[in-house]
Design a binder for this molecule. Structure first.
Ligand code: ZN
Ligand code: ZN
Length: 607
């Protein structure tokens, strides 16, 4: 466990670095993760003190630093209100102004338990009772407030220069839904008010781009209680974008020599027994359903189906590689607490494919998959990557030689593309090495999308073979790969990346036609038809509204282009073109407009 976490399970005092009561931040720059952690964890003590002073009956749980901030869990018996948070912030300000030092004290377990029992802090007592026998307990005091903690902290409360409480939410004690629901307050702190401000501005931008909010505003998809958590309904506008992604998938995979297959959503439980999923993946699978006395299972993966297709023929070395591609919908059990919009769901469609090849073909196949990955991600507007190669873990299947050969093939394929990567030593799955590729979005956030995995296990479990040049049977290499990951997840990433303002080729409605009065309706309809005939997605706003209001609505709907038609345009058979950014592109004729838009769609311009 990391430094500065309020003591939890089985932490050892011996881990306390230098047994120091405080860490001078001047020694470490604030940018250092350790410094931020100490700083923010110290802030959480100040939060706890403020809450205790304002709500004395509150019981304290734990308060660690987290990425970009800190939290503290309280047992208050009711949620905190926004007014509570304001009062707490004020009190924290006062505690900081007093500049009390953080003082470290050591107690025996008996004394510590007695101390926290006396203070009526049952969560602290519970934590101490789990300490290894005879181990000393450390507590820290600032002012009159004492908390169980291993430290370290900043020197004194006055070191916290800028902080903000961000939100509060229910959280179960120890993250277990059988335990009592506590109230978690999230906050963050920085060395300067400027740093805090720019962080808050970024948070606001993240909120603005939140795909769940935008999905509602732009009518893209919904998740409904009557249907179930983690199950996505694609509305017409979202479905149009999905169709365009799928069209791209089919077009490119066909060009790259993939064969398309379709497979069912359920299969006999025996199949999953044989594939090993029942053994290794059960906690992510739904309970089986019985049909005519036979157990069937909802598929968590497409792989066994593609294997069964491979096995329907005797394969020769000349047939390989075989590449089976499928937009395969799978179902995986995720706890309801971790579901998140369309990013983490229970049913999703992978842009999946399995490549069966000879060992000497791995490198070229991986290199081709990488080309397709780059083409795909670039087309959707992502140009920056973080790439990881995960190597052999301790427990594996497959010979050492196979592992070395496959890992070398992954690395040289990356080198062939001049793609810099990092090695994640020992982080491969047990059945083979893999490449994970994260894309960076408009806010510089990384999203795991692509995985390319070599598999020595499934070909063996299913006894796959091909007849080699020597006339003998050999096991093929199997490569699992999904480039976008899943359509649901990628759609969420895409929405946040573009903040809902999709490039023309992906926009569900590409052009909104806005006649100024009824008099231009016939001409507006004519233009709409011409654009439809040119394969553009058009809507016509014939409502009896002021054109200013229509423009505002189309802008909110993030329609890329607006065509405005007044008497003058209708009279000389032209149109006024406007971008959703507000930029006025002037007057033009219909033909140049069609040409311009078609070109932009054909080139899949992402701006
Ligand atoms: Zn602490
Ligand atoms: Zn697979």
């Amino acid at each position: 466990m990391a430094n500065g976490t309020v003591m939890g399970l089985g932490q050892r005092l011996g881990d306390v670095p230098g047994e120091a009561a405080s860490v001078e931040l001047s020694v470490l720059p604030f940018e250092a993760p350790e410094a931020q952690e100490v700083y923010r964890h110290s802030s959480s003590h100040i939060l706890a003190q403020a809450v205790k002073e304002l709500f004395p009956s509150t019981k304290l749980a734990i308060g660690p630093a987290i990425e970009d901030g800190f939290y503290y869990d309280f047992d208050l018996g009711r949620p905190f209100t926004p007014e509570d948070l304001e009062r707490i912030e004020q009190r924290m300000q006062e505690i900081i102004a007093k500049n009390c030092p953080f003082e470290r004290m050591e107690l025996t377990q008996e004394k510590a338990i007695a101390f926290f029992q006396e203070k009526d802090e049952p969560y602290k007592v519970e934590l101490i009772r789990e300490f290894p026998e005879k181990e000393k307990v450390t507590v820290y005091q600032q002012g009159s407030f004492v908390d169980l903690c291993r430290g370290p902290h900043v020197y004194s409360t006055g070191r916290i220069k800028a902080f903000k409480l961000l939100s509060s939410a229910g959280a179960y004690w120890r993250g277990d839904e059988r335990n009592r629901m506590l109230q978690r307050i999230y906050g963050t702190s920085f060395e300067t008010p400027q740093q805090l401000e720019s962080y808050l501005a970024r948070l606001e931008e993240i909120r603005r781009r939140d795909h769940r909010r935008l999905a509602k505003e732009l009518d893209l998809f919904s998740i409904q209680d009557e249907i179930g958590p983690g199950l996505i309904l694609w509305h017409p506008k979202g479905a149009m974008i999905r169709k365009l992604i799928e069209d791209f998938f089919r077009e490119q995979h066909q060009k790259q020599g993939y064969d398309f297959v379709f497979t069912p959503h359920i299969a006999r439980l025996d199949l999953w027994q044989r594939s090993g999923h029942l053994e290794f993946y059960r906690e992510n699978m739904y309970p089986p359903m019985s049909v005519e006395g036979v157990d069937y299972e909802l598929k968590p993966m497409n792989c066994p189906f593609h294997i069964m297709i491979y096995q329907t023929h005797l394969r020769s070395y000349r047939d390989l590689p075989l590449r089976f591609a499928e937009l395969g919908t799978v179902y995986r059990y995720e706890r309801s607490g971790v579901l998140h919009g369309s990013l983490r769901v229970r049913g999703f469609t992978q842009d999946d494919a399995h490549i069966f090849c000879r060992p000497d073909q791995i490198e070229t196949e991986i290199a081709n998959v990488l080309s397709l990955t780059v083409l795909t991600t670039k087309t959707f507007g992502f140009n920056e990557y973080e790439i990881y190669v995960s190597t052999r873990p301790e427990k594996t299947v497959g010979s050492l030689e196979n592992w070395q050969q496959a890992t070398a093939a992954l690395e040289s394929a990356l080198k062939r593309h001049g793609m810099p990567y990092q090695i994640d030593p020992g982080e491969g799955v047990f059945y083979g090495p893999k490449i994970d590729l994260k894309i960076k979005d408009g806010l510089g956030r990384s999203w795991q999308c692509t995985t390319i995995q070599v598999d020595f296990n499934l070909p063996e479990r299913f006894g796959l073979s091909f007849i080699g040049e020597d006339g003998k049977e050999h096991p093929p290499i199997m490569i699992h790969r999904a480039l976008l990951g899943s359509l649901e997840r990628f759609f969420g990433v895409l929405i946040e990346h573009y903040a809902g303002a999709f490039p023309l080729w992906l926009a569900p409605v590409q052009v909104m036609i806005l006649p100024i009065t009824d008099r231009q309706h016939p001409y507006a309809k004519e233009i709409a038809q011409a654009l439809l005939d040119a394969d553009l997605r058009v809507e016509l706003d014939l409502r009896n509204e002021k054109v200013g209001a229509k423009i505002r609505e189309a802008t909110l709907a993030k329609v890329p282009y607006m065509v405005i038609i007044g008497d003058r345009e209708a009279g000389n058979r032209t149109l006024s073109l406007r971008k959703r950014s507000g930029e006025d592109l002037g007057t033009m004729g219909l033909d140049p407009l069609v040409q311009k838009l078609r070109q932009e769609v054909r080139d899949r311009v992402v701006q």
